[in-house]
Design a protein around this ligand. Sequence first.
Ligand SMILES: Cc1cc2nc3c(=O)[nH]c(=O)nc-3n(C[C@H](O)[C@H](O)[C@H](O)COP(=O)(O)O)c2cc1C
Length: 193
Amino acid sequence: GGSGTASDDAPADTQGDSRTAGQGASDGAARSDGGTLVVYYSATGNTERVARIIADATGGDLFALEPVDPYTDDDLNWTDENSRVSVEHEDESQRDVDLVADTVDGWDQYDTVFIGYPIWWGIAAWPVDGFVEANDFTGKTVVPFCTSASSGIGGSGDQLAELAGTGDWLEGERFSSGADEADVQAWIDGLGL
Ligand SMILES: Cc1cc2nc3c(=O)[nH]c(=O)nc-3n(C[C@H](O)[C@H](O)[C@H](O)COP(=O)(O)O)c2cc1C
């Protein structure tokens, strides 16, 4: 993957009002100690919705991870053992998902990086792996978050931290697929970042 510009023109974009990287800190809040970046992969929109709430709450920039070959509904059918996700789940060597962009312009300006993903079979959806491997998190606070139907975040954040090998990774948080703004805001407030 190449280098991408953090923006709010994610797939299924609606009216995101978070700033685009490079536009400066015009609305100020939460930017005083350096920027916040909210990176996420979302196959069906749930994680994206939580990511947008986090970006709004922190004044952060959004960056959507997009597989070069996006997952279709058929690809995501975990009840079909021949579907793309099932095959990838079964064989770890198949999980190397090429991303449209795996690095972010202005990376050095971000002190805090949230990383969001859906839970797939109890772990982080693997499209995030390539991003985590491709970037140096040294000096950054990294905050994993996920959405799931019922599973907890489990060891998914620790696994990503290990994959990254750098950065100060916080414990992270799991949200239900239908989490609302109040759920997310309460968590952000409690982080004290
Ligand atoms: C392939 C696949 C595997 C999943 N595995 C789990 C799981 O192990 N536990 C769980 O609670 N939810 C599981 N889910 C549900 C998703 O985690 C949940 O719908 C999530 O909110 C989807 O996020 P997204 O809309 O951002 O893609 C799975 C969904 C898919 C497509």
